[in-house]
Design a binder for this molecule. Structure first.
Ligand code: ADP
Ligand code: MG
Length: 253
């Protein structure tokens, strides 16, 4: 496995995926994924539409059950135990392509919701932390605004703050900038870049190759439910070994 010098090979594994299979009915979508991700690592997941990227991400916080194989996150086995599932959901934050903010709540209320109702935090504490997170994503001045009044980029930054409010150890992003107008992509990537620099473990499904090249420690190319190629972005994206990855990179350029 290729890693850059920022993340020593001795870093602790935080996600372990062993021989993961996932089918929907007769359709086998993940066909044996083996993958270890270390604390603080930033992984960019790329591949054609339908290759299984979202399904893999969704298995990691148990939005999907697995058909076979094993996932261990932060030493917790993702099995049928509801206790483990709840535990994992707290540790793994997820940001989707469509921001899914609660439309009837202000920005601040959106962020305070889970800390109050899931983590049982006091209102004052939740508010204090929410304001700090809004400051971090540059949205403090919009705290009392409803989501529909915000641009897509602003909504996505709030969605990131909302996920961070659960104090996750891992953040999953599923094409977080794909629904945005081009001029709004940068502000969201900037927030993600900052998170990466702070040492957050991140798995990011993205078509933003410049982000993958500059921010990711590792790029993983999926094809047809398997990992076709992976490694240092500077190597994998410039000298791909696999003909399929070469074809994919030509297509998205
Ligand atoms: P990607 O994110 O790489 O585009 P997905 O993981 O979303 O790929 O989908 C992989 C395949 O699994 C696709 O063929 C898709 O239609 C199928 N699929 C995804 N979710 C479901 C589901 N809930 N039920 C049935 N098929 C699904
Ligand atoms: Mg997808």
């Amino acid at each position: 496995m290729l890693m850059n010098d920022k993340k020593p090979e001795s870093a602790e594994p935080i996600i372990r995926i062993e021989n993961l299979h996932k089918s929907f009915g007769h359709l086998e979508v993940l066909k044996g994924i083996d993958l270890t991700i270390h604390k603080g690592e930033v992984v960019a997941l790329i591949g054609a539409s339908g290759s299984g990227k979202s399904t893999l991400l969704r298995c990691l916080n148990r939005l999907e059950t697995v058909t076979a194989g094993r996932i261990v996150i932060d030493n917790i086995v993702l099995d049928d135990s509801l206790k483990n599932v709840h535990h994992i959901r707290r540790e793994v934050g997820m940001v989707f392509q469509h921001f899914n903010l609660f439309p009837h709540m202000t920005v601040l209320q959106n962020i305070m919701e889970a800390p109050i109702h899931v983590l049982k935090k006091k209102k004052e504490e939740a508010a204090r932390e929410a304001l700090a997170l809004l400051k971090k994503v540059g949205m403090l001045d919009k705290k009392d605004v409803y989501p529909r009044k915000l641009s897509g980029g602003q909504q996505q930054r709030v969605a990131i703050a909302r996920a961070l409010a659960m104090n996750p150890k891992i953040m999953l992003f599923d094409e977080p900038t794909s629904a945005l107008d081009p001029e709004l992509v940068g502000e969201v990537l900037q927030v993600m870049r900052q998170l990466a620099n702070e040492g957050m473990t991140m798995v990011v499904v993205t078509h933003e190759m410049s982000f993958a090249r500059e921010v990711a420690d590792r790029v993983i190319f999926m094809h047809n439910g398997v990992i076709e190629e992976q490694g240092d972005p500077k190597v994998v994206l410039t000298e791909p070994k696999s003909e399929r990855l070469r074809a994919f990179l030509r297509l998205i350029k």
